[in-house]
Design a protein around this ligand. Structure first.
Ligand code: ATP
Length: 207
């Protein structure tokens, strides 16, 4: 199995690229989605969150109030570490279980991980694809998508790794400064290169 990491800054276009790659036939694993899945209503993960943070993080229907929890852990390193200690092992387990079901030894599994660089996972993959966008475009898309003002959007971008840090560890870069059609073409071209990794798998065996 070839494990590919897909990352990029906030609102850079990871999900859009991830969906395009999925349409090209790849198995795309969305870390954000898994992080939500492990704390769905009634889950053991959510019970643990409530044990630590209290039932005030629950909404009336028993689901997690993400905004409330976010405001509790924001700027509180200890609380964030507790939360990560609940979520991260479960996400890792979910990913391992997904990979364990892949039978094809030449399958390419793409892991979409927003904070891949920030969490030091750059070396955990056979190849890293970075969706890169210049800051002005990123700012505009983020403000439009999340309804943020410029200051709020800049703060979110500033809290992440820089473009340079991401590009430094990238094996493949998909620029997302044009339209969706161009993005699809660029994604296709990069995917074509990623597929070549299959041919390299097993190189150096000496046989
Ligand atoms: P996050 O990690 O913050 O959730 P993301 O990196 O997954 O974001 P997307 O949600 O894919 O980013 O894209 C951010 C926004 O920009 C979305 O509203 C998306 O529709 C839009 N967008 C992405 N690429 C393009 C493009 N090439 N042209 C126009 N809009 C785009």
């Amino acid at each position: 199995m070839i494990r590919v990491g897909l990352t990029g800054g906030i609102a850079s276009g990871k999900s859009t690229v991830g969906e395009q790659i999925r349409l090209l036939g790849a198995l795309v694993v969305d870390s954000d989605q898994l992080a939500r899945d492990v704390v769905v209503a009634g889950s053991e993960g959510l019970a643990e969150v409530v044990d630590h943070f209290g039932s005030e993080v629950l909404q009336a229907d028993g689901s997690l109030d993400r905004a409330r929890l976010g405001s509790i852990v924001f700027g509180d390193e200890q609380a964030l570490a507790v939360l990560n200690g609940i979520i991260h092992p479960r996400v890792r387990e979910a990913k391992a279980s997904i990979e364990a079901q892949v039978e094809d030894p030449y399958a390419i599994v793409v892991h979409m991980v927003p904070l891949l660089v920030e969490t030091g996972q750059a070396d955990d993959f056979d190849a890293l694809v970075v969706v890169d966008v210049d800051e002005q475009v990123q700012l505009e898309r983020l403000m439009a998508r999340n309804g943020l003002d410029e200051q709020q959007a800049r703060a979110r971008i500033g809290a992440q790794a820089s473009r340079v840090e991401r590009l430094r560890v990238a094996d493949f870069v998909i620029r997302n400064d044009a339209g969706l059609e161009e993005l699809a073409e660029r994604t296709h071209a990069v995917w074509h290169e990623v597929l070549k990794l299959r041919g390299q798998q097993g190189d150096g065996c000496g046989c």
